[in-house]
Design a protein. Structure first.
Length: 164
């Protein structure tokens, strides 16, 4: 808790990841999230650190229905999809990403945009240019989330690389 409180007091919010950390700390301190939100954070950190089996073990026995908020449901699907993607299991990743995209529609969370971007990468890697194009454009279509600039730039770069 003391470190979460310091996020608001120390440092800058110039880059998107710093802005995201500030938003997370404010939300956490304001609503004191339940155990599911803590599990999502553990899965995120384990996945980001390359501990995919451990990350999957945090989420493995859970279902979307066990999360209360729509945001947590979207994050659950995105995180689990990301873990499968990094484990080279796109058959399991894509449906989870698609669910995160649908749950995030019309919201200002980054899960849908990031899920669309990653799905675009999956189809680009498979050589399905039209599906890749669809998902990269879908990523760009999400508005007002904390990773808007970087997601849009990555999607535009991928579209440019494919000649669109």
């Amino acid at each position: 808790m003391p470190y979460l409180q310091k996020v608001e007091e120390v440092g800058e919010t110039i880059v998107e990841s710093d802005k995201s950390a500030l938003k997370y700390s404010k939300n956490y301190l304001a609503k004191k999230p339940g155990p599911q939100s803590k599990i999502l954070m553990k899965a995120r950190l384990a996945c980001d650190g390359g501990y995919y089996d451990q990350a999957l073990s945090f989420l493995g026995n859970l279902t979307e229905a066990q999360f209360e908020s729509l945001s947590d449901k979207a994050e659950f699907n995105y995180r689990k999809g990301r873990i499968y993607q990094r484990m080279d299991d796109s058959l399991k990743a894509v449906p989870l990403f698609e669910r995160a995209i649908n749950l995030s529609s019309g919201q200002n969370w980054s899960f849908g945009a990031n899920a669309a971007l990653q799905t675009g990468y999956i189809f680009q890697q498979k050589g399905d240019r039209m599906k890749a194009k669809y998902f990269f454009e879908k990523a760009i279509s999400f508005k007002k989330h904390e990773y808007k600039n970087s997601v849009d730039n990555k999607a535009k770069a991928a579209l440019n690389e494919m000649g669109f």
